[in-house]
Write a protein that binds this ligand. Structure first.
Ligand code: SAM
Length: 284
């Protein structure tokens, strides 16, 4: 089946996306690993490393070391880094953010809220979090919602870090997603978008094309019994803008991106020849 997005109404597209992720959610990790040969983990790792700033270690308020002349309790206060992981699905990015803060900086004052359109994915995410140290803590929460019009309790200028990984290409309006991201971020807050990019190198491009058009739907068929959903995912990757086009959209939404080029100081970084791309922006 071929679904050209430009001709599909939003409601149909959203129910289609709903179907794709409901049918794959329990096998989501297995599918990702087998289709990317495990490489998606490295992309996500690099993405999170780039997005999480240097943090100071947490000093918990039960450590009651009062400093003379200070108001009791205040010496232990550290600001909470507020993160929003949109299209956060099974919690992959959120857990990586929390692990990085805790393992590298000894910081447990980071909070990540996951927003996703699909209940099945949220459910898988909750099951996964139940096996971690973050279970039942304010550090992680799940909300059902749409990237294009975020849940009302997420206020303007309230978020330090906004991430969306492999989710924006499923949205009907990229502009609406970026506008919402800009609205909820604090001034100085960071936007990070991880998504499939376009491969530049002609030889590598051909290999990738063969791989994605033949191997991926086949794997979808074998592992999830669902060839069409994976055919749809491939097509959505094809339709997504190029690196420079998407960087322009980020700028048009009001973000500072650096120069319109790849690499350090530029608006994006390519991973694995551009199969995957990380776009960044800062709210002025
Ligand atoms: N971020 C996760 C990761 O990297 O593993 C999940 C990515 S998964 C490929 C895409 C997710 O986007 C799905 O969980 C899907 O439900 C969600 N999604 C699709 N359209 C959405 C929208 N308009 N708003 C919020 N989430 C959406």
């Amino acid at each position: 089946t071929h679904f050209g997005f430009k001709t599909v109404p939003q409601s149909v597209k959203e129910s289609l996306v709903g179907h794709v992720f409901t049918s794959v959610s329990p096998k989501y990790d297995l599918m990702n690993d087998s289709m990317s040969l495990g490489i998606h983990r490295l992309w996500k790792e690099s993405f999170v490393n780039a997005m999480v700033p240097r943090l100071s270690p947490s000093v918990h308020s039960n450590v009651n070391q009062s400093i003379p002349g200070s108001i009791s309790g205040w010496e232990n206060w550290t600001p909470t880094l507020k993160c929003l992981d949109v299209a956060g699905g099974t919690g992959d990015i959120a857990l990586k953010i929390l692990d990085k803060a805790r393992e590298k900086y000894g910081n447990r004052d980071v909070e990540v809220e996951i927003v996703d359109l699909n209940e099945g994915m949220l459910h898988e995410g909750q099951k996964r979090v139940a096996k971690t140290v973050y279970y039942n803590t304010p550090q992680i929460s799940f909300t059902h919602g749409n990237a294009q019009s975020l849940p009302k309790h997420i206020q303007d200028n309230s978020i330090d870090i906004y991430t969306i990984a492999f989710g924006i290409r499923n949205c009907t309006s990229l502009e609406a997603v970026l506008k919402e991201a800009h609205r909820v971020l604090k001034p100085g807050g960071r936007l990070g978008v991880l998504e499939f990019g376009k491969v530049q190198n002609p030889l590598f491009k051909e290999v990738y094309k063969q791989y994605s058009f033949n191997f991926i739907p086949l794997m979808g068929q074998l592992l999830a019994g669902d060839r069409d959903s994976y055919q749809y995912l491939i097509e959505s990757i094809e339709r997504f803008p190029t690196q420079v086009e998407f960087a322009r959209l980020v700028q048009e939404a009001g973000f500072q991106t650096g120069e319109l080029r790849e690499g350090k100081g530029g608006a994006w970084t390519d991973y694995t020849n551009g199969i995957c791309t990380f776009w960044r922006g800062v709210k002025a």
